[in-house]
Write a new protein. Structure first.
Lengths: 147, 413
């Protein structure tokens, strides 16, 4: 499925809750709880995303042409957001990830998470995911044998 | 929010009407504002004073011969006198307008440091300081190869006074401590600390940012050498703050920033600087800020800081009791002397999750490390949830907070 299609799917999922913020957040919390665990060896300080009030570990690796992300957080709502992000972009090419506007965040009514507030990790998370995509793309271009 | 605290002589519903923003709805719920420790809301008396300044008084101060300039110069200098009287400073030139506590501390660290600090000297701060009262001293120590010494705290979040006594020595050149901890609410025994330092002729700077909204400060009774605070935590505007400094220090210290307003004469060879307070006030100041701050001080004094303190103590006791009834909740900072600031954590739940879900219920609290990372490290916590209470808060709002936390816990488990 293309990124835009997955985003639409998520938006529809959240639309079911209408104005029920509790429902939306409970769903997000559930997603956080069900996020597959990151491999313990990647839960290290160098995998931490800076600029979040909670700790967010992000690991990325190439699987052929596609980038696969895994993540964890010590805050469950942040983990839920990470789960959504991963669902949208994990398994796509670097170019698709770099060019993704992540519109679904605004569309599912969790817009406050996108405010450039030092407390929230979403902006930092998006930045890091795109940065990882660029790095992995360049590495693959320049040093194909090292992959 | 109609019930008044029984023991209080304050008419809270009436006072709440002074704050236009308190009637706002957030996420469809009535706003419960428990983040005055970050910045206070503003009463209409302050908003009107600022608006009135721009509409009827605006001109530059200390410059013009024209009527408007003269009038606003008088008003601005009256604002300085209002601050002087509020702090009971000996003379008005000991009151320096700055942009806030952070700039006040930076000014002293830079200016006092330039004149008095040399390699091997020691500067004492405490473990509970806000980053604003750590970094300026850290930078100064790096520059001058001086040594930063830190007074440790006990498990209740109180300073170890014995350790403080031991740290004071011939090498100590200045002590900089907070009056009230922004994270823990601890009220430090600053009068005693100043007296101990003075026994060894060591000057003391007090960070009063979190104290001035809650307690009456008398800089002469404290015998503080420097006292800093921000307007915006005292129901005044952002971007204005105060540095009180004893005249003898301020006279000897070199200017911090230089430019318009700070001079007597300028030639390309030599400049002579203006007398206090202008020596430390380079450039056109935040005139509206000064006017607004004076209005805020007058507003607080009309209510009476003693009345405010009494009522806030009542709120603090009520909130402490109610919060402790929540299973798994632990209060961080249990000093005997405490202002109405409560930090807490809930076992197994990240503070950010609680803060996010409280926000959805219209409750504004602060979460995180509160710019006191070394303190968080002491307690081994990633952060806390902080509710800071002021006189416009009510017991009903505390009940809303408690119910909100319980709802958040239920959702998160």
């Amino acid at each position: 499925m293309r990124i835009a299609e997955i985003e639409n799917e998520i938006v529809e999922e959240f639309e079911l809750f209408g104005d029920d913020w509790e429902g939306k957040y409970e769903h997000l919390i559930d997603l956080g709880k069900n996020l597959p665990l990151i491999d313990a060896r990647y839960k290290t300080d160098d995998k931490l995303i800076k600029g979040c009030q909670s700790k967010v570990w992000l690991h990325s690796e190439l699987n052929d042409e596609n980038i696969v992300f895994t993540a964890d957080s010590d805050a469950i709502i942040t983990k839920g957001i990470a789960a959504l992000m991963i669902r949208v972009i994990s398994g796509h090419t670097a170019d698709e990830i770099i060019n993704s506007p992540f519109e679904f965040i605004n569309r599912i009514g969790l817009i406050e998470h996108l405010s450039p507030n030092r407390g929230n990790g979403l902006v930092s998370m998006i930045k890091q995911m795109k940065l990882d995509a660029v790095v992995l793309k360049v590495q693959k271009l320049n040093f194909p044998t090292l992959n | 929010m109609e019930t008044i605290a029984k023991n209080s002589i304050l008419n809270i519903p009436k006072l709440r009407k002074d704050f236009p923003l308190l009637s706002k709805k957030v996420n469809g719920k009535p706003l419960v504002y428990l983040d005055s420790g970050a910045t206070s809301q503003k009463p209409k008396q302050v908003i009107d004073a600022i608006s009135n300044y721009y509409q009827t008084q605006n001109a530059n101060i200390h410059r013009g011969v024209h009527q408007l300039s003269q009038e606003i110069t008088i008003a601005y200098e009256n604002a300085r006198t209002t601050v002087q009287n509020h702090l009971n400073a000996a003379v008005s030139q000991e009151i320096i307008f700055t942009s806030g506590t952070t700039e006040s501390i930076n000014l002293v660290a830079s200016s006092f440091g330039k004149k008095y600090i040399k390699a091997g000297d020691e500067i004492i701060i405490s473990e509970m300081e806000h980053h604003s009262n750590i970094l300026p001293w850290q930078v100064l120590c790096e520059e001058k190869e001086a040594v930063l010494k830190v007074i440790p705290i006990n498990e209740n979040g109180e300073l170890h006074m014995d350790e403080y006594r031991k740290l004071l020595c011939d090498k100590t050149k200045i002590v900089a401590v907070t009056h009230v901890s922004n994270t823990l609410g601890t009220i430090n025994p600053v009068k005693e600390m100043i007296a101990l330092a003075h026994e060894k002729d060591i000057p003391v700077l007090i960070d009063g940012a979190q104290a001035v909204p809650h307690v009456r400060v008398d800089v002469q009774a404290l015998d503080a050498d420097f006292y800093c605070f921000s307007g915006h935590k005292l129901f005044g505007p952002t971007g204005v703050g105060i540095l009180y400094g004893k005249e003898k220090w301020l006279n000897e210290m070199p200017p911090y920033q230089v430019g318009g307003g700070t001079i007597k004469t300028v030639t390309f060879k030599k400049t002579t600087y203006a007398d206090l307070p202008l020596k430390f006030e380079a450039g056109t100041p935040h005139i509206a800020g000064g006017i607004g701050l004076a209005a805020a001080i007058e507003y607080v004094n009309e209510i009476g800081l003693e009345n405010i303190g009494g009522y806030e103590h009542e709120l603090l006791e009520y909130a402490t009791l109610k919060l402790l009834a929540i299973e798994g909740l632990r209060i961080i900072g249990t000093a005997k002397e405490k202002a109405s600031v409560i930090s807490f954590v809930i076992e197994g739940i990240h503070p950010l999750d609680i803060g996010t879900l409280l926000d959805k219920q219209g409750i504004a609290v602060r979460t995180g490390h509160h710019c006191t990372q070394p303190l968080m490290e002491h307690f081994g916590l990633p952060g806390t949830i902080r509710a800071s209470l002021v006189f416009h808060n009510t017991k009903e709002e505390i009940d809303v907070l408690v119910n909100g936390i319980q709802k958040a816990i239920k959702m998160l488990q």
